[in-house]
Design a protein around this ligand. Structure first.
Ligand SMILES: C[S@@+](CC[C@H](N)C(=O)[O-])C[C@H]1O[C@@H](n2cnc3c(N)ncnc32)[C@H](O)[C@@H]1O
Length: 282
């Protein structure tokens, strides 16, 4: 299985600056590439991940870094339950190489496996959801999260054939170019990825200390749009435009970045990444 290579980590580090002694929340622990860098830079790290398969690595971090590292095996939207402040909150969204490359997880159409697609291990699989979702539900998922033109034909084929495996799902999609977006759309819906991001971002302003930064690495246009619009909202003045004084924005926008050509060459999985960030000014 391919080791996960952290994406845009150098860009994230240069946006964060000196984090020695800072409290950093790593919302997406994964293989721990980001957390390791934060810890080696002298930060204290609280890390979330909802995939229980990463707990083993997280235990190793706890042994290595002692009480400077804490792992919370929950969806990152649960950060809203924390009652403390952070100097940085970092999201590296999507799925890890370990998840996509492990055929048993059912994320990839390149290996035949049961259609699972759960990021955690509880709750229904995408196979189970094919029983519950109607044709209209599947059409909406394919359109909203995959921008798939033949959404109706694919949704009907899914309900008729009830695919049990990744290859059965792949084979009912006629245009090979639609296969990856179909898998992506179903994964986003099953894991409520958009709801998770929205709920977590809602919690960020209350969790960040003054001067604190929130950085997000996104991998597709739907999650990128949410981050972009949320950050735009936080960095715009608020109030009635007809009254003389608007409330100045609480956040300042950092320049958006994409990976360098070098990084994309070293790690093709970086190619669709976007990094966005904000700083809390008061
Ligand atoms: C791209 S990987 C992160 C890789 C990590 N930055 C590294 O360098 O190793 C994304 C990770 O976020 C986790 N994840 C995605 N959505 C999540 C959510 N809503 N709550 C918690 N973890 C989530 C996935 O399980 C996966 O392990």
């Amino acid at each position: 299985m391919m080791k996960h290579i952290p994406v845009m980590l150098d860009n994230v580090m240069s946006c964060l600056g000196d984090i020695s002694g800072c409290r950093v929340l790593d919302a997406t622990f994964g293989a721990g590439g980001y957390s390791r860098k934060f810890l080696e830079s002298g930060a204290m790290v609280t890390a979330f991940d909802r995939d229980p398969n990463v707990a083993f690595d997280a235990d190793k971090f706890a042994n290595e870094f002692g009480n400077r590292f804490r792992f919370i095996a929950k969806p990152f939207s649960k950060m809203s339950e924390l009652d403390e402040k952070f100097d940085a909150i970092v999201f590296d969204l999507g799925i890890s190489s370990m998840q996509i490359d492990n055929p048993e997880r059912g994320f990839s159409f390149r290996a035949d496996a049961p259609l699972d697609m759960r990021m955690s291990v509880d709750g229904p699989t995408v196979r189970d959801m094919f029983e519950q979702w109607s044709v209209a539900d599947i059409v909406k998922i394919l359109r909203d999260f995959g921008d798939i033109k033949p959404a109706v034909a694919i949704a009907k084929a899914i309900k008729q054939q009830m695919p049990q495996t990744t290859f059965e799902l792949r084979d009912l999609v006629h245009n090979p170019r639609d296969v990856a977006p179909v898998f992506q759309a179903l994964r986003i819906a099953l894991n409520d990825e958009i709801g998770e991001i929205s709920r977590a971002l809602n919690a960020v302003p209350g969790l960040l200390d003054i001067g604190g930064r929130c950085m997000c690495v996104t991998f597709h246009s739907i999650e990128d749009r949410i981050v972009k619009n949320t950050f735009r909202d936080w960095t715009s003045p608020h109030g009635d435009p007809h009254l003389p004084s608007l409330t100045p924005p609480q956040f300042k926008l950092l320049r958006a970045q994409t990976p360098s050509g070098d990084e994309i060459q070293r790690n093709p999985r970086a190619r669709s990444a976007h990094l966005r960030g904000v700083v809390k000014s008061y």
